[in-house]
Ligand binder design. Structure first.
Ligand code: MBD
Ligand code: FE
Length: 309
């Protein structure tokens, strides 16, 4: 092994200057982080003897990733969004916030401002055919007390794995609603069972996945934000049991406690009792929330979201 260029005084002085650590203005925390990140890039280049054409191909990749609006897809693909969840779990544990419904990643496909309804909603507009899903449950706190007027903000893919807004062929806010729980903390909705998501096959995330020998599939899932005044916001998902990718999610979002039973109802009496005329699926899932904590970091994440025009 040749001597480390990174450890020379000249390169260390370069890093200090690069990150502004030799001046008194700017943002001290950001300076330290930039210093670390640039030093880690230097180290990677040195340790792997990265050649200039390899380096510039990585820069072209990042440019294309941003231009394709896929940064939000690469982050879960690399397990970084899951790592943020594990960090929050750890911080909560330290603060004595334990139990309740497990969190899992938000992902990149939330759209703010979905229609609000009280108690119940229909998420599809009837223009797509598929297996009807009836989902219901109760929002409770950790002591078992129902949380009335909680907002269950739900979003999921259609039967082709596409999300409205990002898939312009779908109606506005298709499969997206905010449901306010009733006096007993209950919510329910009618929708269609989603299919799993797959990364755009010609996209930048899939390009890296292929180089890593990985696939870009997620199991079928339904996303939720559950919020109520005085409670910690919950970001989570449920997975649809039986999906071939249930425990092989490219975004690493599957967790114990988030795979409720799916009851496929084919009995004519059950179909009739539900007011339907075809077999349907039923899921019951209760959300257990924590009261606000003075010592755990907030779970309200500021993040750019699409807004439907
Ligand atoms: C999704 O639907 C999703 O939830 C995540 C995390 C990544 C890509 C697509
Ligand atoms: Fe999703």
């Amino acid at each position: 092994m040749s001597a480390s260029l990174l450890n020379t005084q000249a390169v260390q002085a370069l890093l200090t200057k690069v990150s502004g650590l030799d001046n008194d203005s700017g943002n001290p925390r950001l300076k330290q982080i930039v210093h670390r990140v640039v030093a880690d890039i230097f180290r990677t280049i040195e340790d792997f003897d990265v050649q200039p054409d390899e380096f510039w191909s990585a820069m072209s990749y990042l440019t294309a990733l941003g231009q394709a609006n896929e940064t939000g897809l690469l982050i879960p693909c690399l397990g970084i969004e899951t790592f943020l969840d594990l960090r929050m779990d750890e911080a909560e544990k330290k603060a004595g916030v334990e139990g309740g419904t497990p969190r899992t990643i938000e992902g990149p496909l939330y759209v703010a401002g979905a229609p609000m309804t009280k108690g119940e909603a229909r998420l599809d507009d009837g223009s797509e055919t598929g297996e009807i899903l009836l989902m219901d449950g109760q929002v409770r706190d950790i002591d078992g007390k129902p949380v009335a007027h909680a907002i269950v903000d739900v979003w999921h893919a259609n039967t082709l794995g596409g999300y409205s807004f990002f898939d312009p062929s779908q109606p506005k806010f298709n499969l997206r609603r905010r449901i306010e729980t009733d006096a007993e903390g209950r919510y329910r909705f009618r929708s269609l069972l989603p299919s799993g998501y797959a990364c755009p096959p010609d996209g930048q995330t899939q390009k890296l996945l292929t180089q890593l020998g990985r696939h870009g599939h997620r199991p079928a899932h339904i996303h939720f934000f559950v919020s109520a005044p005085g409670y910690r916001k919950l970001t989570t998902q449920i997975n649809i049991d039986g999906d071939e990718y249930l425990h092989d999610d490219f975004a690493f979002a599957t967790r114990d406690g988030l795979i409720p039973a799916v009851r496929h109802q084919t009995d004519p009496a059950a179909i009739h009792a539900a007011g339907l005329n075809a077999p349907f699926a039923e899921i019951t899932f209760d959300f257990v929330m924590h009261r606000e904590s003075a010592t755990a970091p907030t779970t309200v994440v500021t993040r750019a979201h699409a807004e439907a025009a």
